[in-house]
Every structure is written in structure tokens, then in C-alpha cells.
Design a binder for this molecule. Structure first.
Ligand code: CP
Length: 320
């Protein structure tokens, strides 16, 4: 089936601004479903979706599962431990066996960059990338865009700085592609050891000092310092990182304007972000999580062939 997004959602890099806008606009009417007493509409009744999570996740896995259930899809969760992957079965064999049971979509998180595309090229079901290695995390990028658009009205010309461990971050890559396509001006800030060498070639401003980034930006998207990779000596110590690059209340108080604060989670409180910022009045971190369900409902709905102009009507068909 041809959909406005094609067969799969693998990354934001190949999407057009119109496709991104379509997803965000489709998410809008779906937000209200999660506020109802009975959070369910029949839009995906009869569809079967497999969530293949081969890497740890709280937000993305639960958010996809809620999105699927709220659209009335049948869902099955598969993790690497406890499945035949732990006995050496390949990713493609796992997916083909699931397809033999007549599934419609696969949501996949995997530690290997390119795993979602590899799978999408080999199975007929729609594939949604829920984060692949250090490549992309497109639905996180989309929920960040929706949260910023909610607050700013438009992303056109807005200055958004992505702070921290950009080198290892799939969230950073999806944000850079998505924000630029929506007309935002994008900055990155972090120690040079945690910024990719050719980062400026992506058309972003590069800040070596967090104070300069805070002075420039209207919103900061603060990335998790990927502690599991820090043995490789990217930074001298966590305390030093917080002292030089931490997003702290004291630093934000010196800013010429109030900044929106985003973080994709999970957070290292007291490392890349202090608790009084994460829980402070300008934090939209939990709004991001709430918006994640609506964005994933929109992606599932559009890939299942749902008509964008009928999204509002689809939400009207409650199971009450
Ligand atoms: N933001 C995000 O991907 O969080 P999880 O790893 O908990 O899914």
C-alpha cells in the first residue's frame, strides 16, 4: 500500500518538510485520545504489530505500546533475552518467522546503526525505527519537534541548541535533520571529543562553551552523557563535565531570555543537567513524553494507510 510516508519510517534525513509537517499535524488530533477516560479508538483494529526491542528502553517501548493499544492494534513484544535471538537466530530470520504469522508492522530498536533499514529491505511489513545505534531515532526527533512547535507556534527561525554527547547520539542526528527541515537554526555544544569531526558540514552553529550556547539559544535539547561509553576517556570526569558543560540554574539565570529545556531521557541528574533545571518552570521534558504517544499514533496511523484528512474523524470513533 502506498502511504504519504512510503512503506517505512527509518529516519528523518530522507523525509521532506511536508512529510514531517503531515506527521506533526496528524498527531495533533490524537493528543486528545490520551486524555479520555477510555483511551481507545478503532483506527487500527485488526492490525498486528510486533515491537522488537533488542536494546534497553523505557519511554520509547512503552510509548509505542500505548500508541498501538490506543489505536486498537494487536501487539506483541519481543526482547532479545528470552527470544531465539539469544540462541543465535538472525534478525531477518526472527522477522520472517513473525511475518509467517501474518503481522503488519515491526517497530525495532537495535544497537546496530542501519538495522532498521536492513530489516525494511527484507520484509514486507512496515518497519518503524525506534532507535538504531548512533544513526537516528526518528520518532524522538518528531516528538521533540512537536513539543517545540507547541510552545513556539512555529519552528521557522527559532534557535535550538543540542548540548552534550552529540557524537554518540541518534537523537541529535534526528533533531538536526528534523529541525533544519522545519526552518529552525540549529546549534550544537559540547566538548570537542563528543562532537563529530565534520559536524559543521551539517550546517549547524558549533559552540565550545555552554555559556555561549545559552546566550544564543531559545531552547536547549540536553543530551544524555552516554556513561557506558565514558571509559574510553572522552571526558576527564563526570564532575568536571558538570562543572564545564552542565546545564545549571546559575547558568540559565544569566541568560538574556528564558530558555525552553528539553531532554530525551533517561537523564543523568547532576551530570548534563541539574535537578532544579530538569524539574524547573522552563522544562518541557514530561511534555515531550506525553507528545511521544500522539506522534507514534500518527506514524502508525499514516503507515497503516490512514487518510491524513480523516485523522480527526478516526479519533471520533471511540469504543465507549
Ligand atoms: N528517549 C528514549 O529513547 O528513551 P528510552 O531509551 O527509555 O526509550
Amino acid at each position: 500500500m502506498t502511504t504519504p510516508l512510503g512503506k517505512d519510517l527509518l529516519a528523518l534525513e530522507p523525509l521532506t518538510p511536508e512529510q514531517i509537517r503531515l506527521i506533526l499535524d496528524t498527531a495533533e488530533p490524537f493528543k486528545e485520545i490520551s486524555e479520555r477516560a477510555i483511551k481507545k479508538v478503532p483506527a487500527l483494529r485488526g492490525s498486528t504489530i510486533v515491537n522488537l526491542f533488542f536494546e534497553a528502553s523505557t519511554r520509547t517501548r512503552v510509548s509505542f505500546e500505548f500508541a498501538e493499544k490506543r489505536l486498537s492494534a494487536d501487539t506483541v513484544n519481543v526482547a532479545a533475552s528470552g527470544s531465539s535471538v539469544s540462541k543465535g537466530e538472525t534478525l531477518v530470520d526472527t522477522a520472517r518467522n513473525l511475518e509467517a504469522m501474518r503481522i503488519d508492522m515491526v517497530v525495532i530498536r537495535h544497537s546496530a546503526s542501519g538495522a532498521a533499514q536492513f530489516l525494511a529491505e527484507r520484509i514486507e511489513s512496515n518497519v518503524i525505527n525506534a532507535g538504531d545505534g548512533t544513526h537516528e531515532h526518528p520518532t524522538q526527533g518528531l516528538l521533540d519537534l512537536l513539543t517545540l512547535r507547541d510552545r513556539f507556534g512555529t519552528l521557522e527561525g527559532r534557535r535550538i541548541c543540542i548540548c552534550g554527547d552529540v557524537l554518540h547520539s541518534r537523537v541529535a542526528r534526528s533533531n538536526i535533520w528534523g529541525l533544519k527541515k522545519m526552518g529552525a537554526v540549529v546549534g550544537v555544544c559540547g566538548p570537542r571529543s563528543l562532537l563529530p569531526n565534520a559536524i559543521a558540514e551539517l550546517g549547524v552553529e558549533v559552540f565550545d562553551r555552554i555559556e555561549a550556547a545559552i546566550e544564543w539559544a531559545e531552547a536547549l535539547n540536553v543530551l544524555r552523557l552516554q556513561l557506558e561509553r565514558m571509559q574510553a576517556g572522552y571526558i576527564p570526569s563526570l564532575r568536571e563535565y558538570n562543572r564545564v558543560f552542565g546545564v545549571t540554574r546559575e547558568r540559565l539565570e544569566r541568560a538574556p531570555r528564558d530558555l525552553l529545556i528539553l531532554h530525551p531521557g533517561p537523564m543523568n541528574r547532576g551530570v548534563e543537567i541539574d535537578s532544579d533545571v530538569a524539574d524547573g518552570p522552563h522544562s518541557v521534558i514530561l511534555e515531550q513524553v506525553t507528545n511521544g504517544v500522539a506522534v507514534r499514533m500518527a506514524v502508525l496511523y499514516l503507515l497503516a494507510g490512514g487518510a491524513p484528512e480523516l485523522a480527526d474523524a478516526a479519533k471520533g470513533g471511540s469504543d465507549r
